[in-house]
Design a protein around this ligand. Structure first.
Ligand code: ADP
Ligand code: BMX
Length: 515
């Protein structure tokens, strides 16, 4: 074709795609629809109902669809490479194959990641083949880079797919952002509903690509199946309790979601029977709504029995038959566990990260839990606050690390206040408070480094009233870097905050049948 004819056909193509619906016809690899007749069928059905363009994966399917229609085709090739996370049209030869198969526009991954061919080289290869290019971007910077390399369209296709949990909703904000760079923005990725497609168009997309919601029968079927399951067989509701040395939380939890919560002060002069009665009282309005209960408690739990490791944290007398008494009281099957172990499990289940973790709560006492190779360790494991260190006074570490010590130390220095106020004073730079808080942070940092040496977890997750107090983690990190990098753990604040124990014990209540 002559230059002028090419320019004309590009203008016609760009005008055709303006304000258009493009349907992506990509069967699930190896699925029942993964064959040319189905792909062609979906493509022709979509075109017959008003789609203007198609997005088609693989040279084979592009050729098959091209033989059946003259409609614009965005072609791409997906590959799973060993040495690069880039999947969409990674090679220059892929561009050639798609052009020869009849694609009008060639889409490729334009993310800033390890890749076999650069964005510049791919954009040039598409131009050399006389086709238009679509850069599948994950963010604003990808698009800016791709446009500088001369691409014709930028798409939001890769947003949410370059790390971290996959979002559910489309990235409409990215459409808006890319419009600052060019009018040639294609909205693509997780557009499942009519409203989402309209939102993308309103945000300024020149055209909108819809895939799974139209052409992946397996996905759409699963959406409906899951929605119906919620009605026909809803997840069980659990009464979840987290009984600590200072406060007691009781919640109704369903599928990891906390539906309702009450918080009471733990009566430190009370008894196990009294604490259970207070919980039953607080939860009386929920009777009939839950079918199982999980009770996480400060102290050691073995074979359903409960006892104190440190009576200063909570004075549980002797060995209390917690599981038996709670089952009688609540009238449903009950699972019991240590509070910090339950929180470790809650944190493990809260994110898709399956790496080993140690959880530590710095609260009335200092408790902990270990999840190793997907399994929660039980017994007294994780009771780091009970370790004695190398001091000669035989005091457990927690006796100089937690809320009660902070309050006692403040009082000794003439400041009769709660730990929360000590933290505020430290933030305001009051020397006495800085000394207390930094001392706690230093001792806790040493403990974290020792745990790293003992277990080498991928992460140490911190919770508890003191652990989550504003500025505490930063101080601990500073102390850790002073100790040295070779033992430095990766510290994270609990994703679930103070609800880690509640969510964890709710899950254990349904899944834990070994005691
Ligand atoms: P429990 O030990 O009952 O599980 P918490 O995790 O709330 O309860 O820990 C209670 C301890 O944490 C108390 O000593 C309390 O004073 C202290 N604490 C609670 N909130 C804060 C805060 N925002 N800043 C500092 N200390 C706090
Ligand atoms: C203590 C110990 C642990 C508990 C931890 C945190 C008792 C009563 N408790 O080390 O079992 O996990 O405190 O408990 O011996 P909390 O009350 O501070 O949340």
């Amino acid at each position: 074709m002559k230059r002028k004819d090419i320019d004309n056909s590009v203008t016609v193509l760009k005008n055709t795609l303006k304000n258009a619906l493009i349907v992506s016809c990509q069967p699930i690899s190896g699925g029942a629809m993964d064959d040319s007749p189905y792909v062609v069928g979906f493509a022709l059905a979509a075109l017959s109902a008003g789609a203007v363009g198609l997005r088609i994966e693989s040279a084979r399917y592009v050729a098959a669809v091209r033989a059946a229609t003259n409609a614009p085709i965005i072609g791409l090739i997906k590959r799973d490479l060993d040495d690069s996370p880039v999947r969409i049209t990674p090679y220059l030869d892929d561009v050639k194959a798609l052009a020869e198969a009849g694609a009008d526009i060639i889409a490729f991954d334009a993310t800033d990641r390890e890749r076999p061919a650069s964005v510049e080289a791919l954009a040039q290869a598409v131009r050399d083949a006389g086709k238009l290019s679509m850069a599948d971007c994950s963010c604003f910077d990808d698009a800016r880079h791709a446009l500088a390399a001369g691409v014709d369209y930028v798409g939001t296709t890769m947003s949410g797919y370059t790390g971290g949990p996959e979002p559910v909703d489309p990235d409409i904000d990215l459409v808006t952002a890319l419009r600052q760079l060019t009018p040639n923005v294609i909205a693509e990725g997780r557009i499942r509903t009519i409203e989402q497609a309209q939102a993308a168009a309103r945000a300024g997309a020149t055209c909108v690509v819809v895939g799974s919601a139209i052409t992946r029968t397996e996905h759409v079927t699963a959406w409906f199946r899951d929605a119906l399951n919620e009605v026909y067989s809803p997840a069980p509701v659990v009464l979840a309790v987290d009984l600590g040395g200072t406060k007691t939380m009781a919640s109704l939890v369903q599928a990891g979601e906390v539906l309702d919560t009450v918080v009471l002060a733990t009566d430190r002069s009370g008894s196990a029977e009294g604490w259970l009665a207070a919980i039953a009282d607080a939860a009386v309005a929920w009777k009939g709504r839950y079918t199982a209960a999980g009770i996480a408690v400060t102290g050691a739990v073995r074979n359903g029995n409960w006892r104190a490791m440190n009576k200063a944290t909570l004075g549980i007398e002797g060995e209390f038959p917690l599981e038996t008494r709670a089952t009688e009281l609540f009238g449903v099957p009950v699972v019991v566990a240590n509070d910090a172990q339950a929180a470790a499990w809650g944190e493990f289940k809260a994110t898709p990260d399956r790496s080993d973790l140690v959880f530590m709560t710095v609260s009335t006492g200092l408790g902990g839990g270990i999840v190793s190779e997907g399994r929660l360790l039980r017994g007294v494991s994780g009771h780091f606050g009970q370790m004695r260190g190398q001091s000669d006074d035989n005091m457990p570490l927690e006796s100089r690390l937690c809320g009660p010590w902070i309050a006692a130390e403040a009082k000794r220095l003439g400041h009769d206040c709660e730990p929360r106020a000590v933290f505020s004073a430290a933030d305001a730079g009051e020397a006495w408070a800085v000394d207390i808080v930094d001392g706690v942070a230093r001792r806790f940092a040493r403990l974290c480094c020792d745990i790293q040496l003992a277990i080498d977890p991928a992460r140490i997750v911190i919770g508890g009233g003191v652990g989550l107090a504003a500025g505490f983690l930063e101080r601990v990190r500073a102390e850790i870097s002073a100790i040295g990098p070779s033992t430095a753990p990766k510290l994270q604040a609990a994703t679930l905050g103070p609800k880690a124990g509640i969510v964890g014990i709710a899950d254990l209540a349904l899944t834990d049948n070994k005691k």
